[in-house]
Design a binder for this molecule. Structure first.
Ligand code: PMP
Length: 390
């Protein structure tokens, strides 16, 4: 058997999607003009399939700070923080993140994926018990596999199921790690955090929330769903990424002083190169923008409401709540592929999501809005969807 023969089924499946026209799983955005527009082939498109929630990828201050950091500190750090040393800017950003969240400690990682791998795999060591929402992101599943703990899945957003499973653990519940996300990236729904906290208080355990899609997006100060739900003091660890609202690349965790031990015990922290100076500098600028500019969040939610209502009026079935992620439910994979291609032809780029990336066997066209979209752009997205429905 050849080295790659075991992938032939997957390869055949994927070929089906790429044999005629654009490939939804390998789209090339040939040019990016702004946070909201780009070019795919010969089509100028509105970018409505990103995680650029606050539209900060072209923020002038973030670009200027990133450019200056690259000129002054070079293109990359070329090594890991433990072996090769941290840069002053890594430490400065960690202090700024800790201050933003009002927590004693914050650690910066090379990606959001690495942040999850680093924190969760180290805590979820053999002998530990971890309860995860069934719809958790792949990085959470991968971190659990790497760690070797006992993993218990509970039904998505089902607090009664979580409660039952914690109860069954008896005294072990006191040490269990419960992991949920803030906004879920495919349906735009949110964890019922207040209820989860209530269960944790009754049964015991620690709570980790991955705020990848909710940081900068929810909460009066943009700190995420824990802030929005008023339960920050009951969340032990908050994880986040720089690749969405912060518009760069990297990740972070924030929590108690004891979390610092991860710097010496977490392999995904120790054995990978640290984020580049340009990335760190632009994130520091964007963090200041998030802290100082709540109007961006208001604009994001105005856009989210406009798109959600517009698509509902056009007769599409969308997600369970208004959110910057607006999923459009499609009857079949073939229909999804056809619509996805037609949307690009008409100047709108969204994401085609199939199972298992989409939950519960669904086919989705995942639209996402950001604070930089104009009302005209949102209306154009709605018009194109409406026309394609007819
Ligand atoms: N957690 C969640 C919930 C995510 O959706 C993602 C990425 N989409 C990540 C972690 C990983 O973040 P990154 O892409 O920055 O590595």
């Amino acid at each position: 058997m050849g080295l790659y023969d075991k992938f032939s089924r997957l390869k055949n499946q994927r070929q089906y999607f790429s044999h005629s026209g654009l490939n939804p799983f390998g789209t090339c955005i040939d040019e990016v003009y702004s946070a909201t527009e780009g070019r795919i082939g010969d089509r100028r498109v509105i970018l409505a399939g990103t995680n650029n929630y606050l539209g900060l990828t072209f923020d002038p201050q973030a670009i200027a700070d990133g450019q200056m950091a690259m000129a002054q500190q070079g293109t990359g750090t070329t090594g890991s923080r433990m072996a090769n040393g941290s840069y002053g800017s890594h430490l400065a950003l960690e202090q700024e993140l800790a201050a933003f969240f009002g927590r004693p400690s914050a650690i910066v990682f090379s990606t959001g994926y690495t942040a999850n791998l680093a924190v969760i795999s180290t805590l979820a060591c053999p002998g530990a018990v971890v309860l995860i929402d069934a719809d958790s992101h792949a990085s959470i599943y991968d971190a659990c596999a790497l760690g070797g703990a006992e993993i218990i899945r509970f039904r998505h957003n089902d607090v009664a199921d979580l409660d039952r499973r914690l109860q069954r653990l008896g005294e072990r519940a006191a040490e269990a790690l419960i992991i949920v996300e803030g906004i879920y990236s495919m349906l735009g729904d949110v964890a019922p955090l207040a209820e989860i906290v209530a269960v944790k208080k009754q049964r015991g355990g620690y709570l980790l929330v991955d705020e990848a899609h909710s940081f900068g997006v929810t909460g009066p100060n943009g700190r995420g769903l824990a802030e929005e739900a008023g339960v920050e003091q009951d969340v032990d660890i908050i994880l986040g990424t720089f690749s969405k609202s912060l518009a760069a690349i990297g990740g972070f965790a924030t929590g108690s002083k004891e979390m610092e031990v991860l710097r010496y015990s977490s392999r995904p922290y120790i054995f990978t190169a640290s984020p580049s100076p340009a990335s760190i500098a632009s994130v520091r600028a964007s963090l200041r923008t998030i802290a100082g500019c709540p109007a961006l969040r208001n604009k994001l939610w105005d856009n989210a409401r406009r798109l959600y209502h517009g698509l509902s009026l056009a007769g599409y079935q969308s997600g369970p709540r208004i959110s910057p992620v607006v999923p459009v439910m499609i009857a079949s994979q073939e229909e999804g592929l056809r619509l996805w291609r037609d949307l690009i032809d008409h100047g709108v780029y969204v994401n085609l999501v199939l199972p298992p990336a989409a939950p519960a066997g669904m086919t989705l066209l995942r639209c996402s809005v950001n604070a930089a979209h104009s009302e005209q752009q949102i209306d154009k997205i709605i018009q194109v969807f409406t026309r394609l429905k007819q």
